[in-house]
Write a protein that binds this ligand. Structure first.
Ligand SMILES: Nc1ncnc2c1ncn2[C@@H]1O[C@H](COP(=O)(O)OP(=O)(O)OP(=O)(O)O)[C@@H](O)[C@H]1O
Length: 393
C-alpha cells in the first residue's frame, strides 16, 4: 500500500503541445482511483509517467513522501497491467508470472511461493503449465494481473485492462478486480475510457480532459454535482440533456431561467447578480425528465425515435433547431412510438445550471419542495406513461 502525490505534473512529447498540464492529485494508501476521459486526453501518458515508462517534463511525483521523478520503474515498486496483456508467448503461465521475479534475483522458493499465491488468488492453478495461446482472453488478462500481484507492488496501475474482452467477460472481470482490491487492500490507479467501469470500480474518479483534471470525486459526487458541462455529459449514460436559456433573475436560494422557447423555470440554485442576463444552460438527466399530460405539461415534444432496452425505454425528443435530441429514460416499457407528441416537465430540484463558460453554479440539496414554474398553474406532475396525441404540433 502506498500513497501517491502528483504536484504540478507536466508532459510534453518533444516540441509537440503539452499533453499533461500541471496535474495535482493525491491518491491515498489503499485507495482505488479511476482515471477516465475521452480518447487522446492523456490517460495512458499519465499512467506511464507514474510507472516510470515516460519522462516527467515538469513537476514532482512522490510515493510515500519520497520524490521518485528519476527512479526507474522497478525502483518505484509498481505493478502494471496493460490492455494488451503483454505476456511472453513462448513461456508458460508459471514462467510468465515468475520472469520478473527471476530478473529481480529473488530466491527460487520465494518465487515459487509468490507465483503459487497469486495463482491461487486468481484461480490460475490449473493453467500454470499452459502457454498464453492456449488461454481465453479473460484467462490471459488474469495471468497479466497475477504477474503484477506476484511482484507484491506498493502500487497497482491498470491501463484499460478490460478493453479487449467481450461485454459479459468485462462484467465478470470487473467484479474480480473489485474483489481483488477488497482482498489485497492495495492502492490501485486504473485508467479507462468507459464511464461505467469508472462508476462501478472507483472509490474516487479523476475526470481528465485535454491533459487537465476537470473534477475529482466519488462516483455519486460526480453524478450528482458535476463541476462543469464536460463532467455532466461525460459521466452518465445516456448523457445529461443541456437546454439553452438566459438567467433572468439571480438569488441566494433560487434563480429564474428563461428557456430557449420563452418559458421560465425557477430552480433551487444560487446565482450571483452579475450573472443576470447572461446565457446559461439548464442540465437535466434523462431519468429526471417527467412525463405529464399533453394538456397540463409545460412542454411538448415530438418523439423522434425510441430505444427499447428491455428493462427500460429511451425516448429521444425533437429539440427543434437546437440540434441534438433530448433523451428521456423511462424505467418501464412503453408503447409510445416515434412520431407521437408527448408532454413533459423539468423538476426544478433535479436541474443543474451552467454558466457561459460551462462551469456549474452550485446546487443546494432540496427535499420535496419543488417550486412551481412561473407562468404555470401547477407544479410539475408525473405519470407513469406520457399522455399522448397522434396530432403533430
Ligand atoms: N510517444 C508519443 N509521442 C508524441 N505524442 C504522443 C505520444 N504518445 C501519446 N502522444 C499524444 O499524447 C496525447 C495523449 O495520448 P494518450 O495515449 O495518453 O491518450 P489516452 O487518453 O490514453 O487515449 P486513448 O484512450 O485513445 O488510449 C495524444 O494526443 C497522443 O497523440
Amino acid at each position: 500500500m502506498a500513497q501517491l502525490t502528483l504536484e504540478k505534473l507536466n508532459k510534453r512529447y518533444g516540441d509537440a503541445a503539452q499533453v499533461i498540464k500541471a496535474i495535482d492529485l493525491q491518491v491515498n494508501s489503499g485507495e482505488f482511483v479511476v482515471i477516465v476521459g475521452p480518447s487522446g486526453c492523456g490517460k495512458s501518458t499519465l499512467l506511464r509517467m507514474i510507472a516510470g515508462l515516460e519522462d516527467i517534463s515538469g513537476g514532482n511525483m512522490y510515493i510515500d513522501g519520497t520524490r521518485v521523478n528519476d527512479d526507474t520503474p522497478s525502483e518505484r515498486g509498481i505493478g502494471m497491467v496493460f490492455q494488451s496483456y503483454a505476456l511472453y508467448p513462448h513461456m508458460s503461465v508459471y514462467e510468465n508470472m515468475a520472469f520478473g521475479l527471476q530478473l529481480a534475483k529473488l530466491p527460487k522458493d520465494e518465487i515459487a511461493r509468490r507465483v503459487e499465491q497469486s495463482a491461487r488468488i486468481l484461480q490460475l492453478e490449473p493453467l500454470l503449465q499452459r502457454r498464453p495461446k492456449d488461454l481465453s482472453g479473460g484467462q490471459r488478462q488474469r495471468v497479466a494481473i497475477g504477474r503484477a500481484i506476484a511482484r507484491e507492488p506498493k502500487l497497482f496501475l491498470f491501463d484499460e485492462p478490460l478493453s479487449n474482452l467481450d461485454a459479459a467477460l468485462r462484467v465478470q472481470m470487473r467484479m474480480e478486480i473489485a474483489a481483488l482490491h477488497r482482498r489485497l487492500k492495495s492502492t490501485i490507479i486504473y485508467v479507462t475510457h468507459d464511464q461505467v467501469e469508472a462508476m462501478t470500480l472507483a472509490q474516487r474518479i479523476v475526470v481528465l480532459n485535454r491533459g487537465n483534471v476537470e473534477q475529482v470525486g466519488t462516483p455519486l459526487e460526480l453524478y450528482d454535482h458535476p463541476a462543469n458541462e464536460f463532467v455532466a455529459q461525460f459521466i452518465g449514460s445516456p448523457k445529461m440533456n443541456l437546454l439553452p436559456g438566459t438567467l433572468v433573475s439571480s438569488g441566494d436560494t433560487e434563480s429564474v431561467v428563461r428557456l430557449w422557447h420563452g418559458k421560465q423555470l425557477t430552480v433551487p440554485i444560487a446565482t450571483p447578480a452579475s450573472a443576470e442576463g447572461t446565457k446559461v444552460k439548464l442540465g437535466i438527466r434523462p431519468e429526471h425528465i417527467e412525463w405529464g399530460t399533453v394538456a397540463d405539461a409545460p412542454y411538448l415534444a415530438d418523439v423522434l425515435f425510441v430505444e427499447h432496452m428491455g428493462n427500460e425505454t429511451y425516448h429521444y425528443l425533437d429539440s427543434g433547431k437546437l440540434g441534438e435530441p433530448w433523451v428521456v429514460r423511462n424505467s418501464r416499457r412503453s408503447d409510445i412510438a416515434a412520431g407521437e407528441t408527448v408532454g413533459y416537465s423539468l423538476p426544478p430540484e433535479h436541474c443543474h445550471l451552467f454558466d457561459e463558460s460551462g462551469k456549474a453554479f452550485a446546487r443546494r440539496a432540496v427535499g420535496n419542495g419543488a417550486s412551481c414554474l412561473p407562468g404555470m398553474d401547477a407544479p410539475p406532475i408525473t405519470f407513469a406513461e406520457p399522455a399522448r396525441t397522434n396530432v403533430m404540433h
